[in-house]
Design a protein around this ligand. Structure first.
Ligand code: AMP
Ligand code: MG
Length: 271
């Protein structure tokens, strides 16, 4: 049985939100090497099974929100944690800088359109949280508007959770050194060059401002209905294990079931 320390704890108090470099290292209680990869694999297999019942059951949708700095492993998490999921039951959205069209609407418009319907797992690779983090760091909006957005986001997520959408939010937390290593790899590895954007360096230079913004967002928007989870993400296998286990445990807790045969169909023969 995994010890509790190898499980992600939902954020219930601002004191839990440290986001220092040391907090990006995997918990001590987590296995290493092959044992770690096998443990992650086991959780991926659980998700695979549970997703089939989620789809058949039809009562719920699951929305997984992934946030994190550049190179924190959002793409890798999508690729690894959801490997077992039937593509038919899964919808991934990567939110980019809002387009001209998107900017004509309120910031939640494009987000609400991508909320998963019942049966589906929706994955947000970045999300509406960009709409409070970026303006805060770049000082694009007055504090009053930002405060409204925090309230609106909490209300929006409450609307979802009161309407059959289970919301799970993960902040993938990397250290400065690990980000440096990964960004350098993007510059040096021919197959990763395409991922490198000069703006990543600008954001890296604003490390402290981002940390402050993330801390605030996590503190203000970790609600009883949609908790944040901070994932130590310097080690990819540990990150996968922690995220996958949380998702599997959450689906498990829904007591999903295959609906029984419609009573009207009892005794029906296929000729
Ligand atoms: P990537 O995830 O590497 O493809 O980069 C997407 C970029 O879009 C990141 O720099 C995000 O900060 C940016 N982005 C996403 N959503 C928003 C938003 N609502 N406002 C401003 N920038 C955004
Ligand atoms: Mg960026």
């Amino acid at each position: 049985m995994p010890s509790d320390r190898a499980k992600l704890k939902p954020i219930t108090s601002a004191r839990q939100i440290r986001l220092g470099d040391a907090d990006a290292a995997p918990p001590h209680s987590i296995p290493r090497g092959k044992e770690l990869r096998d443990a992650a694999e086991e959780q991926v297999a659980r998700i695979k099974k549970l997703q089939q019942v989620l789809y058949a059951d039809g009562r719920f949708a699951l929305l997984v929100v992934l946030q994190g700095r550049d190179a924190s492993g959002k793409d890798g998490t999508v690729k690894k944690v959801f490997r077992g999921v039937n593509p038919m039951g899964c919808q991934v959205t990567s939110f980019k800088v809002p387009t001209e069209l998107e900017r004509q609407y309120d910031y939640l418009w494009r987000v609400h359109r991508r909320v998963p319907p019942k049966r589906m797992i929706g994955i947000f690779n970045r999300s509406h949280y960009e709409d409070v983090i970026v303006p805060q760091v770049q000082r694009l909006l007055p504090g009053r508007v930002l405060s409204h957005r925090f309230e609106e986001i909490n209300d929006f997520e409450r609307l979802l959770t009161q309407n059959s959408v289970v919301v799970l939010k993960f902040f993938l937390h990397v250290s400065r050194d690990e980000q440096k290593k990964r960004l350098t790899e993007r510059l040096q590895d021919r197959k990763k060059n395409w991922k490198f954007r000069p703006s990543d360096l600008e954001d890296r230079a604003l490390w402290g401002d981002y940390t402050k913004a993330f801390r605030e967002v996590i503190a203000k928007c970790s609600t009883t209905w949609a908790r944040w989870h901070i994932v130590p993400a310097d080690n990819e296998d540990a990150r996968n294990l922690l995220v996958a286990r949380k998702i599997a445990d959450t689906l498990d807790a829904l007591s999903l079931r295959y609906p029984p045969l419609d009573p009207k169909l009892r005794g029906v023969k296929v000729r």
